[in-house]
Every structure is written in structure tokens, then in C-alpha cells.
Design a protein around this ligand. Structure first.
Ligand code: FAD
Length: 226
């Protein structure tokens, strides 16, 4: 299945971020001051006064393969919790197949995932079968190891059969400063396709929050990204 991103919630807005900056003078808001929020936010971001942006927070639920999960984990200025194969046997066996492999086939006729299968199989078919075999071995291994080493050790070690394209669920929260950094690094041509798509989905979700609470912040971030 495809990777998936949902927005679980958010805190703050352009106004909350602006008020955080205005704490240095006065947080009292007038209509005239409200009308200057867009300009203020643009100036703060442009000039690197970034701490007020930590007062806005976005929180996502992400179903993704292990490679993207590792990319998410690299971002230390975030808060992440994930489904754990140490604590439960992963029963669902969710996995990801790259869409862009489409018709590409294995060029080695002697290399087949099953003994009597067709020659030159599609790589998507090979990966699917390999993943399914890994999942079969995983569950059987849990069952066979448990009587000797106990359920806990069985789960945490049998997971070595799970493949890199296995999908797990994580919830991850960024403040708007670290979200901007995440977007800059991961919604970039240098980042892997899968994490790029996750970053783009996150951006789209925040952009389409009803009432556009982060309209000026997103514009400022976008402007610096060019
Ligand atoms: C294209 C690409 C290729 C990559 N390749 C690899 C790779 O081959 N191997 C690998 O291990 N990683 C790799 N990474 C991950 C990368 O090294 C970072 O770990 C990851 O992008 C998180 O970036 P970050 O530190 O800016 O984010 P965060 O950890 O969220 O930090 C956000 C910001 O906080 C500040 N900050 C955080 N911690 C500190 C600190 N200790 N000291 C000072 N300032 C801090 C920095 O300004 C930082 O930019 C790659 C990333 C990208 C985008």
C-alpha cells in the first residue's frame, strides 16, 4: 500500500507567532497591529528571528516504510513515537512497493524468487514475493522461538525477517521552525522520492487547514526556499 499522512492536529497560528515576537514590546493586539501580522512574519523569517515560529506546532500520523521512518527519525527537533515490533507482533504485514518500477524486469534468467516461476520477472513481483516470504518467516519464527526464549525475545528478534519496505505507523510533531527545516531538506530534489512525497503531503495538509492559520508563515518559508 502507499505511504499515508494525516494531520492529527495543530497549535498556534500566524497571530500566535506574531504575538510571541511582540512580547518584546506589547502583546496587546489592535486591528492596526493585526493588519501588520503578514509583514511582521515575513520580516522575522527573512532576518532569521526564528524562535517565535516555535510557538506554532503541527502533528501528523504517518504510515510509511522503514527507509522513510529512518529519515523522519533523523530530525531531532521533532517528537516521534512509533508502532513497535518489540512490543507487539506486527500482524498486518503492511508493505510498500515502489510505483515507478512499473514494468522493469530482472535481467538475470537464473535469479528467480520461486523455483518454477517465469523468467525475467518484474522487479515489483520479486519484491512482493520476497516481502511475503519475509512475513511468513517472521510469524513462524515468533511461534517457534517463543517456547524457548519467551514472547518478548521472540518478537524483538524475529523482526529481523521484516523487509525494509515494511510499513509502520508513527506520529510526529514539529514546531513551525523545525517543520520549515524538515521541508527544506526533505521536500527537495536531493531527498529520496518517498520522503519527498511525505513532506509534500505534510505541506499540503498544513496549507489546507480551514481558515489558513499559518498562511503568512508558509508564505515566508516558501519565499526563502525560492
Ligand atoms: C539529502 C540528504 C541526505 C542525507 N544523507 C545522510 C547520510 O548519508 N547519513 C546520515 O546519517 N544522515 C543523512 N542525512 C540526514 C542529515 O544528516 C540530518 O541528520 C537530517 O537531515 C536532519 O537534519 P537537521 O539536523 O537539520 O534536523 P534536526 O535534527 O531536526 O535539527 C534541526 C536544526 O536544529 C539545529 N540542531 C539540532 N541539533 C543540533 C546540535 N546538536 N547542535 C547544533 N545545532 C543543532 C540545527 O540548526 C538543525 O538544522 C541526509 C539528509 C538529507 C536531506
Amino acid at each position: 500500500m502507499n505511504n499515508k499522512v494525516d494531520l492529527l492536529g495543530y497549535y498556534g497560528s500566524d497571530e500566535v507567532i506574531a504575538c510571541s515576537a511582540w512580547t518584546s514590546t506589547s502583546r496587546d493586539l489592535t486591528n492596526e497591529k493585526r493588519s501588520r501580522i503578514g509583514k511582521l512574519i515575513s520580516m522575522l523569517w527573512r532576518e532569521g528571528h526564528e524562535t517565535p515560529f516555535e510557538k506554532g506546532v503541527v502533528h501528523f500520523l504517518v504510515d510509511c516504510e522503514i527507509a522513510s521512518h529512518i529519515h523522519l527519525l533523523k530530525h531531532r527537533i521533532s517528537s516521534l513515537n512509533a508502532e513497535s515490533a518489540r512490543y507487539k507482533e506486527l500482524k498486518e504485514d503492511k508493505y510498500y512497493l515502489p510505483e515507478d518500477w512499473t514494468e522493469i524486469r530482472n535481467s538475470n534468467p537464473n535469479l528467480r524468487i520461486d523455483g518454477n516461476g517465469e523468467k525475467h520477472q518484474k522487479w515489483t513481483t520479486i519484491l512482493r514475493r520476497y516481502t511475503e516470504l519475509g512475513n511468513l518467516l517472521y510469524h513462524q519464527c515468533v511461534e517457534d522461538i517463543e517456547p524457548t526464549l519467551g514472547r518478548k525475545r521472540a518478537k524483538e528478534s524475529a523482526r529481523f525477517f521484516k523487509t525494509y519496505n515494511s510499513q509502520i505507523q508513527a506520529d510526529i510533531m514539529f514546531n513551525m521552525r523545525s517543520f520549515a527545516n524538515f521541508i527544506k531538506l526533505r521536500n527537495s530534489e536531493h531527498a529520496q522520492k518517498e520522503i519527498r512525497e511525505i513532506a509534500q503531503s505534510m505541506w499540503d495538509l498544513v496549507e489546507s487547514i480551514e481558515g489558513e492559520p499559518f498562511k503568512h508563515t508558509l508564505e515566508a518559508i516558501q519565499c526563502r526556499l525560492g
